[in-house]
Each structure stands twice: as structure tokens, then as C-alpha cells.
Design a binder for this molecule. Structure first.
Ligand code: ZN
Length: 223
């Protein structure tokens, strides 16, 4: 009942405020306004719109516009930061893969690599922690200088990542840790060559096609 009354009151409020309603309506509205806060608010809002000087109305309108702009600005800011997070991650991923992909053969002559025979197997041991990995091909019978030899080939490599970033996160003990790389069975390996080679070649024997590119670093002594 009250709700219907309110709707009627709100309908006639502008007319009431303009003073163009009948005496009965005027009384009805005033009685209602005494008991109904919601309609009182409506009435004073209407009154303000009508009575306030134009400059103030304009300012209210400007504030509304500013609010809208602020909202839009915040939204934009959020989108911008989401984009910059994604961009940052993409750049970091790019930097990481660049740093992790650029393999650099660790020179054999830096003295950190030696060979060890354990339990009938031969291993290359790198005496420094900051390496990224090793690539090797098991001993194969290949013809080198008119001689048939069983030769293995391998190399240790570092990356920009393992060289410059990993040491930051590894302890001194870890930095001194040795890495062992299995070369082959002791009685099968006659020579070990060291150096970068194209490991994607299909036939492992062809890794040693051009031995001049590689360094002979170990040879079984004749027994
Ligand atoms: Zn009301």
C-alpha cells in the first residue's frame, strides 16, 4: 500500500514543487512527506535540481563525469599492468631460453676435465659445477688415417645461464661439485675425441668424419 502511495507521490512531486497541484494533492503530498523519508529525499533532490544555481548543477555533472573517467582510468590501468606483466614474463622467458639455449663448448684445455675408470667403465669428469650439460656419442668403429679405431666423442657445454645466473643461486660446495659423464665401456673405447659436433647427424659414425675439428684427448695405451 505504502509503495503504491510512494509511486503516486513521486509522480506528482515535480508538479507539487512547481506549485501547480490542487489543494487536496498538496495536502496528500505533505502528509506523506512527513512520514516517508524516501519521498522526502526525492523531493529535496528534485528541489535541488530545480533551485540550485546552474553553476552548482554543472559541478555535480562534472563530478559524475570525473567519476566515470576515473573508473575508466582504473580499468585501463589494470589492463595496462596485466599486459606489462605478460610482456615482462614473455621477455624473461625469452631471456631465459636465449641464455639456456646458447651452448658454449667448455674448452678442454682449461684443465677442468679428466678421465676416470670405474667398474669397467670410463667417465669424463668435469671438476667445476657451473656447466649445463654434456653431449656424447658412444664408441664407434671409425676409420681415422687409414686405421680402424673405436672412438667416442663428447663435449661438456656451458650456457650463459649456467655461467652467469646459476652461480648466483648455488653454494660454494655445489660450485666445486664434479660432474661425471659416461663415455663407454673401458674395453671398447680406444680413443676419445673432444669438441663440438653436430649431434643431429643420423649416423653416429659420421661425427668423426672430420676429426680435424675435434681434439684427441685420450688414447688407450697399448698393453
Ligand atoms: Zn513515500
Amino acid at each position: 500500500m505504502k509503495k503504491v502511495s510512494c509511486n503516486i507521490i513521486k509522480d506528482v512531486l515535480p508538479l507539487y514543487l512547481d506549485g501547480v497541484v490542487s489543494e487536496d494533492t498538496r495536502q496528500m503530498v505533505e502528509e506523506h512527506l512527513q512520514t516517508c523519508e524516501s519521498c522526502r529525499k526525492e523531493a529535496s533532490a528534485l528541489k535541488r535540481d530545480v533551485v540550485l544555481p546552474a553553476s552548482k548543477t554543472v559541478r555535480i555533472a562534472e563530478m559524475k563525469v570525473l567519476k566515470g573517467v576515473k573508473k575508466r582510468f582504473l580499468k585501463k590501468k589494470f589492463i595496462v599492468s596485466a599486459v606489462s606483466v605478460i610482456l615482462t614474463l614473455a621477455v624473461l622467458a625469452g631471456v631465459y631460453s636465449y641464455m639456456a639455449m646458447t651452448k658454449e663448448c667448455i674448452p678442454f684445455d682449461d684443465g677442468a676435465i679428466r678421465f676416470e675408470e670405474r667398474d669397467g667403465s670410463i667417465y669424463a669428469v668435469l671438476g667445476r659445477g657451473n656447466m649445463a650439460g654434456a653431449v656424447g656419442v658412444d664408441a664407434n668403429s671409425v676409420e681415422i688415417g687409414g686405421e680402424q679405431v673405436n672412438a667416442a666423442v663428447f663435449y661438456f657445454y656451458s650456457t650463459l645461464w649456467s655461467e652467469y645466473v646459476e652461480p648466483v643461486f648455488t653454494s660454494e660446495d655445489e660450485k666445486r661439485e664434479e660432474s661425471s659423464f659416461y663415455i663407454g665401456e673401458s674395453d671398447e673405447v680406444e680413443r676419445i675425441y673432444y669438441g663440438e659436433f653436430d649431434w643431429r647427424k643420423d649416423d653416429p659414425a659420421h661425427f668423426l668424419d672430420d676429426v680435424s675439428e675435434l681434439e684427441l684427448v685420450w688414447e688407450r695405451e697399448e698393453r
